[in-house]
Design a protein around this ligand. Structure first.
Ligand SMILES: [Zn+2]
Length: 132
């Protein structure tokens, strides 16, 4: 690979030759500007962003997954996996839904009505536990 050539050029640099350093820099610049290298970098970045998008989608945070995956790759996937989920728990079935969902995608219940019902029933449970 061209980067190996760059490294070996710098390691074998002759300190007494005044033209050796500019030639080594020229070799490294050619290696860094190689289109094949950048095609790989961009391709890997897009692949990591796509996996991050999938991981973030599962956690209800697709944009965070996309950005963390593109920026850090597998470490970004872990950041999104270990971070707090953006999903809202359904009061009826307990499964996660996106925050702006009106109905649960698993059981179909109206989330706002179920949440209100759940809070009321929770208050009733508290009242019963006080001795009524
Ligand atoms: Zn549900």
């Amino acid at each position: 690979m061209a980067l190996d050539t760059c490294i070996s050029t710098f390691l074998s640099l002759d300190a007494n030759d005044p033209d050796a350093a500019p030639a080594a820099l020229q070799t490294c610049m050619q290696a860094l500007l190689d289109p094949t290298l950048w095609q790989w970098v961009i391709g890997i970045t897009f692949a990591c962003a796509a996996v991050g998008l999938l991981v973030g989608w599962v956690r209800g945070r697709w944009l965070a997954g996309l950005l963390w995956g593109a920026a850090l790759g597998p470490i970004g996937w872990l950041v999104v996996l270990l971070s707090k989920s953006g999903l809202v728990e359904c009061p009826e079935c307990g499964k996660g839904n996106v925050p702006r969902a009106k109905a649960c995608r698993h059981c179909g219940v109206n989330l706002a009505a179920a949440a209100a019902r759940s809070e009321r029933s929770a208050l009733k449970r508290v009242d019963r536990s006080r001795g009524w």
